[in-house]
Write a protein that binds this ligand. Structure first.
Ligand SMILES: Cc1cc2nc3c(=O)[nH]c(=O)nc-3n(C[C@H](O)[C@H](O)[C@H](O)COP(=O)(O)O)c2cc1C
Length: 180
């Protein structure tokens, strides 16, 4: 059965490397017959969580910006893939702020998302360059009993826009997407 797949690009660079991973993941998921949407945080309004707990009963954030809308789309998707550049051996701040803003889902009784993927790019060629980001995402996922980290992929040695082109791991992204 077709799944509802949401791919969230969190890099501020519209033509950046992690967005290319996101595109390939989305391509694979579409090829497999799923219903796929790609959202970029670039140019979107994503305010910080204020820790007000206003979301506790309403399951909606009190700040009605783009993050509020994206979080509700996460809630109603079967599969969510986050793509992020590694910044200081972590996920980028934009992605972390989005995860914080998803606090409303912590209280929601009807979260649909189950399989969560993480797609990362880094300048470093070290295989553990994304480990901190993976751990933070695991921490977030652990707050949702129906959810699991279904897969992650790092493409290191990527710097300027376009430096990811021709990398064979892009096909791995499409493969991950095809298997959702
Ligand atoms: C603020 C900043 C911090 C970064 N920190 C790291 C880092 O800690 N380790 C690393 O390997 N690359 C680091 N990079 C490089 C990016 O992860 C890399 O260029 C990546 O491919 C960018 O992805 P994007 O094009 O999707 O934004 C950093 C880049 C920026 C702008």
């Amino acid at each position: 059965m077709a799944k509802r797949v949401l791919v969230v690009e969190t890099s501020p660079r519209v033509r950046g490397n992690s967005n290319r991973m996101a595109e390939e993941f989305a391509r694979g998921a579409r090829e497999a017959g799923n219903d796929v949407d790609v959202i970029s945080l670039a140019g979107r309004k994503v305010s910080f969580c204020t820790g007000c707990w206003g979301c506790k009963d309403s399951h909606r954030c009190v700040i009605h910006d783009d993050a509020d809308e994206i979080v509700q789309r996460i809630r109603h998707s079967d599969v969510v893939a986050f793509a992020t550049p590694i910044y200081y051996y972590e996920m980028c701040g934009q992605m972390k702020v989005l995860l914080d803003r998803a606090n409303a889902l912590y209280f929601a009784p009807d979260n649909r998302f189950r399989d969560v993927y993480l797609l990362t790019t880094a300048e470093s060629e070290k295989p553990d360059a994304a480990d901190n980001a993976i751990n933070v995402l695991r921490g977030w996922i652990s707050c949702f009993e129906q959810a699991r980290l279904a897969g992650s992929l790092l493409i290191g040695g990527t710097t300027t826009d376009g430096s990811i082109e021709g990398r064979p791991e892009l096909e791995e992204c499409a493969k991950l997407g095809r298997a959702v």
